[in-house]
Design a protein. Sequence first.
Length: 294
Amino acid sequence: MTAISPELFPFKRNFFDRGNGIRMHYVDEGSGAAVVCVHGNPTWSFYYRNVIQALKADFRCIAPDHVGMGLSDKPDDEHYAYTLKSRVDDFSKFMGSLHLTEPLTLVVHDWGGMIGFAWAVEHPEKVGKLVVLNTGAFPLPEDKKFPRPLALTRTPLGSLLVRGFNAFSWTATRAAMTQNKMPREVRRAYTAPYDSWANRIATLRFVQDIPLQPGAPGFDIVKGTADKLHTLAKIPMFIGWGAKDFVFDDAFLRVWQKHFPQAQLQYFANAGHYVLEDAAAELVPRIASFVRNG
């Protein structure tokens, strides 16, 4: 794997054995009340590096890499089921291993919303604050069509492009920012874990596993989570939203606001899916302020 600059990612490597000898990497910096950050696809804990730096003096900042992502192990299909159920089970086991004793702040983006909220609705008493960044935790909104680029990725040609040419991760470093250009060294860090056919398995399986309709694998988790969002309704929430996201667009934002009408919102009209990169100068301080002060 291409070396990742310690200046960009200056954190100690920690590992959790999720079973069957498969290790999940995670960042664990600072001390105090926990801030748990859950990434999506094709990012990894690197996505939260600036939030961690902003908060680690006062909080325990934790950011796991899903199996197959980032610095975690990347088993093949024979040794790991790349499904939403596995992701939620992994996260639940990981959270249990931390033995946290006070309510935490949960920060989620992309697939991290579905995974993190599936855990949160089962443990609402463990959550003190919520930070939502261009994600979902419910079925595809009725007024949202499944994006064509994602549909392409689920075809044989798309599979070849993702695993053969790292198309999903590479493209995201360019298309997921719309008001700023991602620096070269940051692009390299995002794509570094996915440097071979074998190491790109999760970036493909995540897209293939999107449950779009009843009966699809994982749809019961999506629907069950949505049905329980009311258990989190009284928890303070901050939403940081990039309006130029072609997947998690304003149709998703409207659903969040329907479930959480009291949520604070910072709306970035020109920012894309990687909102934490694209609007970093404004968004990171705002998240830090919300975590500290509400």
